[in-house]
Design a protein. Structure first.
Length: 465
């Protein structure tokens, strides 16, 4: 009996001293993460307005590509009594002069001209062949109609490199005194030839519609965060085209939906047939768009762990130190798990709603409190930690700056605004003037801060191949 009494006394004392120990261990029920449904960021119309400048030098380059070698051939003599072949005899030169295009075309022309009549059933026709070698100067008015830049060209003059000749009886004779009046025969053909070539070079409507089709393809902005940007064009605006300072310029505006997705690549449901094209008198040179600053819970946990480093929380002699922080999402709130050592060893859970401090550019957690699973246990084991003063001190460390995310987002955007060239000869430049916070939204693995962006963009075409 004495032996059993001693064992019982030993166990009682051990339990007594263990209960009086200043260090307690808690084991709490973990608020399990939610698998939040994939979200689609709020769809708001964005407006992007920008000037486009097309250098006259590029018009010259493209016209030279379009017109090479034999540029015109008319094999039928009977319809208008003219049969002709026209060759480009050297590089075409195009300049801007007083708001018009001046085009100089070196030409070599072979022509057969039929003259005479058929009367009383008699065929009284004869033909003559001409060989022309000279430089034709044409002047074109430029205008924009139905989203197409068109030209109205008139032949101004011809300067002959050598005297025009005519073949008679197999021999060539100079006919300078005769050919100048007859050049009107070719005038309309040459003018139409230049206008048709310019129409292909300046087919702005087809190019911009094709550009919108490419722009609607979702772009992966970050492989790390699996973020995608999807642009759906809705309306396009353009001002009247102007020819000045050796360039054709106009302002273009795009109304579009800009959506950001996390996860898999979104489907492209854009149809160019639904795009509305409008002519407008004036457009502001500005950008109003949106961006999402994504902070993964892993990154936020790392930052907040650093915030708690070296800090003690407690009341009187009872103190704890936070060793590690882990956060996740549950039912629209953020769960903050704190691993602690000191007077209390173990893990406690806090929960709150993410908010944004625009002055400090920091995310913090409003209505931060102990998680429900935590409260009941704390009431029984460490009521001193449940005091509001300790919780308020913890709140100060439960915040982190998204400035690095904003800086990264700005840097990524500036890559597309600093002489960015989506294709040879096309350059995009611009600047961001303001970034304003909008809202915070939670996903199953990240906190997303939505921001509104303003700035301007300029697109120039110079050196297009």
């Amino acid at each position: 009996m004495k032996y059993l009494f001693r064992i019982s006394l030993f166990i009682y004392l051990a339990n007594f001293f263990n209960s009086c120990s200043s260090t307690q261990k808690i084991e709490l029920m973990k608020p399990e993460p939610d698998e939040a449904a994939p979200i689609t960021y709020p769809i708001t119309s964005s407006y992007i307005s920008f000037p486009i400048n097309l250098a006259v030098k590029d018009i010259e380059t493209q016209t030279n590509k379009a017109l090479n070698g034999l540029i015109y051939e008319d094999k039928v003599l009977e319809d208008d009594n003219i049969q002709a072949n026209v060759w480009k005899n050297g590089p075409i030169q195009i300049t801007e002069e007083n708001g018009k295009l001046r085009t100089i075309v070196p030409l070599k022309i072979w022509a057969k001209y039929r003259y005479g009549t058929s009367a009383l059933g008699l065929n009284l026709y004869d033909t003559k062949e001409f060989n022309l070698n000279g430089v034709v100067t044409l002047v074109s008015d430029v205008k924009m109609s139905n989203w197409k830049i068109t030209t109205a060209t008139e032949l101004e003059k011809i300067d002959w490199n050598e005297s025009p000749t005519m073949t008679i009886a197999g021999k060539e004779f100079k006919i300078t005194y005769l050919i100048n009046p007859t050049i009107r025969i070719f005038k309309s053909k040459i003018e139409r030839l230049i206008d048709e070539s310019m129409a292909k070079t300046l087919d702005f409507k087809s190019n911009i519609i094709e550009m919108m089709q490419k722009a609607s393809e979702p772009v992966e902005m970050s492989k790390t965060y699996q973020t995608w940007l999807k642009v759906t064009p809705q309306e396009l605006y353009a001002t009247e085209a102007k020819l000045e300072k050796s360039a054709i310029s106009m302002n273009v505006g795009l109304k579009c939906l800009m959506e950001s997705y996390i996860g898999h690549k979104p489907a492209n449901n854009y149809s160019k047939d639904k795009l509305v094209l409008k002519h407008i008198g004036n457009l502001p040179d500005k950008v109003v768009a949106n961006i999402a600053a994504v902070s993964t819970y892993k990154d936020a946990s790392r930052v907040m762990t650093a915030n708690f480093k070296g800090q003690e929380f407690g009341s009187g002699k009872r103190k704890v130190t936070v060793q590690n922080v882990e956060i996740w999402h549950k039912k629209g709130k953020i769960i903050i798990a704190l691993d602690m050592i000191g007077s209390l060893n173990g893990r406690i859970y806090l929960s709150g709603f993410p908010k944004y401090d625009p002055d400090k550019k920091e995310l913090f957690f409003d209505d931060l409190d102990y998680a429900l699973e935590t409260k009941s246990k704390l009431m029984k084991t460490a009521n001193w930690l449940f005091q509001g003063i300790i919780l308020n001190k913890m709140k100060e460390s439960c915040r982190y700056s998204i400035q690095p995310n904003l800086d990264e987002g700005r840097k990524n955007i500036m890559n597309y605004l600093n002489n960015y060239s989506p294709m040879p000869g096309v350059f995009v430049n611009g600047k961001l003037s303001n970034i304003v916070f909008d809202k915070v939204q939670l996903t199953n693995y990240a906190i997303v801060a939505f921001l509104n962006i303003s700035g301007n963009i300029k697109v120039s075409v110079n050196g297009m191949q």
